[in-house]
Design a protein around this ligand. Structure first.
Ligand SMILES: [Zn+2]
Length: 61
């Protein structure tokens, strides 16, 4: 499980899934988060302070 902070209430929020979606800036990875107060958001992962693509991919290059 990955955790971040809810942008609305500042409490811990779980990252449910990530997906790469087209946007005006090209392909941007988004994440759906659900906080312990049941707020949910679909946000670019960059705004959550997460590593793009997650640590599973890593930086081999
Ligand atoms: Zn919240």
């Amino acid at each position: 499980m990955e955790l971040t902070v809810c942008p609305e209430c500042g409490r811990p929020a779980e990252i449910l899934w990530r997906a790469v979606m087209p946007s005006t800036d090209g392909l941007v990875e988004h994440a759906k988060i659900l906080c312990i107060d049941r707020h949910w958001f679909l946000l670019p992962t960059a705004t959550l302070g997460l590593d793009p693509g997650g640590r599973e991919i890593g930086s081999w290059w």
